[in-house]
Design a protein. Structure first.
Ligand code: CTP
Length: 404
């Protein structure tokens, strides 16, 4: 898994830096090419000479080489890396990463890194538990950084608790898992619907809903990161196209979404229907702005929109269909009913009763239900992490965080 991979190992100034030498050795033994970037404080804990000998490359630390004045390009390093691992990551380095405080080579390299970044925090238990650290860690997670959780145990301070850097073997495993996961959907064609639909009433008004599109966009991003050919059919949302998404089709109404999806259905291997499609649309769209004209009530006649999920379910030819169900009550039975009615393979259930779930939030809490009725429940996570759980579950990858 690691053979030939370019890994930037970022080392910041904590006692656990001594373990970075072992981590480096393990990575090199697995065939990775490793470039060490160390912070000025890191050098107080482990010498560049040791790291240069183990990696077979000069260690990068300063923006300029002291003797020649040569500029070290963090941009080149960021582009070179297939993975950047920051281990140990101190509270200070995590804070700088989360806030873009680019005052050393490690942070500038982080900001230039195009591929995945992984962080193995190491600090005292109180520093780890501090709201500031937790806030910064949450920001990194949201930015897509993989956090290799610190373990509980004896700390350099003599105290015992959570904050001890994960052992080098555990960090190597996390790196291998990452590269393995990146290949899960290689060669697969994945179509995702996302966002709301707007059903026009007249030139200035529409019927819509509060869907932000974030969940569907996170699924598209995760599928692309795992090597899939992704088509994202998006309702009206202001979100940027995630990296690696091959095709984005912007639509407004349910009918437009239906057309875009059905046209591309035959080519898809997996379809995830995360859009909140309006069930009804005005029977007629007025060409001109409807005037109030003194009336105290107004009637709007609505007609049923096509059910995209059900249409795909009826004409399934080997595709895996994944729907969503946002429910307020009788969640599981309603979701199961939808799954059967629409001939889906999986349904992702979120309950509006969960404060961490629902529209416009950055987090979601889901239960994924299979056709056979197996349920996988997950704790509240960022939408990107939920996307990873959904893909792991539907592709049969190991379910590490949820319970089955
Ligand atoms: N869906 C769809 N086309 C529609 C309506 C829904 O593709 N016209 C999809 C959604 O993207 C979602 C699933 O069907 O994956 C369930 O959506 P939901 O709105 O909960 O289903 P409905 O059948 O409309 O049920 P309800 O009566 O609860 O609104």
């Amino acid at each position: 898994m690691l053979k030939g991979k370019h890994i930037v190992l970022g080392i910041s100034g904590g006692i656990a830096a001594y373990k970075a030498a072992y981590l480096l050795r393990l990575l090199v033994k697995k065939g990775a090419e490793v470039q060490v970037v160390i912070t000025p404080n890191g050098k107080e804990f482990i010498t560049p000479a040791t790291l240069a000998a183990l990696s077979g490359k000069p260690v990068v630390s300063e923006f300029f080489a002291a003797n020649t004045g040569e500029w070290h390009s963090h941009v080149d390093l960021g582009l070179w890396a297939d993975l950047m691992i920051v281990a140990p990551a101190t509270a200070s380095t995590i804070g700088k990463m989360a806030n873009g405080i680019a005052d050393n080579m490690l942070i500038t390299t982080y900001l230039s890194a195009k591929e995945q970044v992984m962080v193995a925090p190491a600090m005292d238990l109180d520093m780890w538990a501090h709201p500031s650290t937790q806030r910064n860690v949450a920001t990194l997670r949201k930015d897509g950084v993989i956090i290799v959780e610190p373990a509980s145990g004896e700390l350099a301070s003599g105290l015992t608790g959570k904050g001890r850097m994960e052992e080098p073997e555990g960090i190597v495993k996390a790196a291998e898992d990452y590269f393995r996961r990146r290949e899960t959907l290689r060669g697969k064609r994945v179509m995702v619907t996302a966002g709301p639909t707007y059903e026009n009433i007249d030139p200035v008004r529409f019927i819509g809903n509060y869907s932000s599109g974030k969940m569907g966009f996170a699924i598209a991003a995760e599928a692309a990161a795992r090597g899939a050919d992704v088509t994202l059919v998006a309702g009206p949302v202001g979100l940027p196209t995630p990296d690696g998404v091959k095709e984005r089709v912007d639509v407004t109404s349910a009918v437009e979404m239906y057309n875009a999806v059905t046209q591309r259905y035959a080519d898809a291997d997996i379809v995830v229907l995360a859009a909140a499609v309006a069930d009804y649309a005005p029977a007629t769209i007025s060409d001109t702005k409807i005037k109030r004209e003194g009336a105290s009530t107004m009637e709007l006649q609505l007609v049923r929109n096509p059910d995209i999920a059900a249409t795909l379910g009826e004409s399934k030819q080997g595709q895996t269909l994944v729907g969503f169900a946002l429910e307020t009550d009788h969640e599981l039975s309603n979701a199961m009913h939808k799954l059967e009615k629409k001939n889906l393979d999986w349904i992702v259930l979120n309950s509006l009763r969960d404060p961490e779930a629902g529209f416009m939030k950055d987090t979601n809490k889901v239960t994924i239900v299979s056709r056979k009725g197996e349920t996988h429940s997950f704790p509240a996570k960022t939408k990107r992490e939920v996307a990873a759980d959904i893909i792991d579950t539907i592709t049969g990858n190991k379910d590490e965080n949820g319970k089955t």
